[in-house]
Design a protein around this ligand. Structure first.
Ligand code: TPP
Length: 568
């Protein structure tokens, strides 16, 4: 419990169990959806859930519960909630917890555990889940007394969502769930907003005015920090060109003037070259991930760095920072824009140079060889057909990078991806979470045949709740991204990437009660997209693509972003 937490409410009249207190606290916090899977050590909680106002979504694997809660949070901007039993239930959450940690997503994970009296005895399904998850949570709480349940949950929500968001684990031993208490305390937390440093912002404004080749580097922290409008306004007001990380796609609309695209390993030539030429990087909520920077020592060699971040420990962590601006992004960026109003940098030659390179180096879809479906063109077409309501819930692999490169994203919440962890299996459960948080969105799961099989059981969840998620399954009968690396960096020694014995995915989907059809030729693409988007309920399009197709451009691992490889 934080020292500053203050006790507020009255003792409750009748005794309540810790499990009931958990449910009533979640209700009080306005939680709408909980993703989970029951088991012995969390049965009192499930007993209390029945008859509550909470909507529980029974997934078919706990990993999917964590991924769905994560995507729910990304799309809604609120805290996602998942729960699981002790032991294997809890360990099945781990990849999802790590995913939320890597991408700074607010998720509260509730686990049951064995009773405190048998903890440490290797009791049935006992796992020290606090210990196991220690490096991958923002915070964790072992609740020892039923009376502490409300405060623990409120603290978990507060910590998950405040400052730099992240996952918080709350472990509830069984005796805490069944134990009765007459106490029911709520807590209020002090405002922990980090004030804007006006001196640093004034210095940043001076530096920007003096720059000749300034560049905005947008990270995922912008959307998480609710600073999208401010960053857009800054880019528009100053005309400074911008690049985005994978996690920030959509923060600046794909077709906005000055936007150079994604930077890094599979970034655009325009973005990577602009970074290498810039004399000033204005970094908003990014952490200099190696997939974005390439060889760090050669990243942006001519640029000094202004770094805005809510997490002061990110500033200067990997790249020397000239002007650090720690604090809330939205007011910080707004203040910066105000400083520059009417006195922005004189950078017309640089703007023209960047804009003409975007034109010159744009992807050309008409040149795709062969008769087969060309995944980049398909992805571009589906995002355009779906319009501004399009939400891509991506899995991990070549298809993920093609989606990042070729889809049009109008809003930051339109692109949901496992950026930091790169967890295969994310796409389908993420699509479920995103669609449940925003029923009006056109949610398309973009998956490869490998990753899709990692959480294929969630087709049952789609079916059970009639969630109208569209699945675009790009089947190259192989672990494509690994195959590409083996082709380029391991002398074509194709080791264990062959998935040519995949099941018939149309039949698989139909066996789960889901409409499905196949697209195998280029001329079927337009009608296939229309059918997928028009389907009333969940629907799967199984798309056969060329197994030799690669993702270009590519910065080889360990190389500088200046050394981009282009395909044949
Ligand atoms: C859980 C997990 N295991 C392994 C990997 C390593 N990995 C990254 S991409 C990839 C291949 C993905 O294949 P597929 O899902 O078919 O997509 P494709 O690359 O063919 O589009 C693998 C194995 C990973 N990212 N996550």
């Amino acid at each position: 419990m934080t020292a500053s937490a203050a006790r507020m409410s009255e003792p409750a009249a009748a005794p309540k169990s810790g499990a009931r207190l958990l449910v009533s606290t979640l209700e009080r916090l306005g939680v709408e959806v909980v993703f989970g899977y029951p088991g012995g050590a969390i049965m009192p909680v499930y007993d209390a859930l029945a008859g509550s106002n909470l909507r529980h979504i029974l997934v078919r694997h706990e990993q999917a519960a964590a991924f769905a809660a994560d995507a729910w949070a990304r799309r809604s901007g609120k805290v996602g909630v998942c729960m699981a039993t002790s032991g294997p239930g809890a360990t099945n959450l781990i990849t999802g917890i790590a995913n939320a940690m890597m991408d700074s997503i607010p998720v509260v994970c509730i686990t049951g555990n064995v009773a405190q009296g048998v903890m440490g005895t290797d009791a049935f399904q006992e796992i020290d889940i606090l210990g196991v998850t220690l490096p991958i949570v923002k915070h964790s709480i072992l609740v020892r007394d039923p009376a502490d349940v409300p405060a623990a949950i409120e603290e978990a929500f507060h910590i998950a969502a405040s400052g730099r968001p992240g996952p918080v684990l709350v472990d509830l031993p069984k005796d805490v769930q069944v134990g009765q208490t007459t106490e029911d305390f709520g807590f209020s937390y002090p405002n922990t907003v980090v004030p804007v440093d006006h001196d640093a912002i004034a210095a940043a404004a001076d530096a920007i005015r003096a720059a000749q080749r300034p560049l905005i580097y947008v990270g995922g922290g912008v959307k998480i920090g609710g600073a999208t409008e401010q960053v857009r306004a800054f880019a528009e007001a100053t005309g400074i060109p911008s690049v985005a990380t994978l996690n920030a796609l959509g923060t600046i609309p794909t077709d906005a003037p000055g936007f150079q695209g994604m930077l890094g390993m599979h970034g655009t030539r325009a973005a990577n070259e602009a970074v290498q030429e810039a004399d000033l990087l204005i970094v908003f909520g990014a952490r200099f991930d190696d997939r974005a920077t390439g060889k760090l020592a050669e990243f942006a060699p001519h640029a000094r760095v202004i770094h805005f971040d809510i997490d002061a420990s990110e500033i200067g962590k990997l790249r020397e920072t000239w002007i650090p601006v720690a604090g809330e992004l939205a007011p910080g960026v707004e203040a910066l824009t105000a400083h520059l109003a009417g006195k922005g940098p004189a950078i017309d030659p640089w703007m023209i140079h960047c804009a003409s390179r975007v034109q010159r180096t744009a992807f050309r879809y008409a040149d795709a060889p062969g008769e087969g479906v060309y995944a980049p063109a398909l992805l571009k077409a589906i995002s355009e057909a779906a319009g501004d309501d399009f939400v891509a819930a991506c899995d991990v692999g070549q298809h993920q990078m093609w989606a990042a490169q070729h889809c049009r994203f109008a809003k930051p919440e339109a692109h949901i991806t496992s950026g930091g962890l790169g967890a295969m299996g994310f796409g389908l459960p993420a699509g479920i979470g995103a669609k449940l948080s925003d029923p009006d969105a056109t949610v398309v799961v973009i998956a490869g045949d490998g990753g899709f099989m990692m959480n294929v059981q969630e087709l049952a969840t789609l079916r059970r709740y009639g969630i109208p998620v569209k699945v675009l399954l790009l089947d190259n009968s192989s672990l494509g991204l690994v195959r590409q690396w083996q082709e380029l960096f391991f002398d074509g020694n194709y080791s264990e990437i062959d998935l040519s014995d995949n099941p018939d995915f149309v039949k698989v989907a139909e066996a789960f009660g889901i409409e499905a059809f196949r697209i195998s030729r280029r001329e079927e693409v337009q009608a296939g997209i229309a059918r997928l988007l028009a389907a009333d309920g969940p629907c799967l399009a199984h798309v056969i693509i060329d197994p030799r197709e690669n993702v270009w451009p590519l910065v080889p691992p360990g190389k500088s972003n200046a050394e981009m490889m282009e395909g044949a």
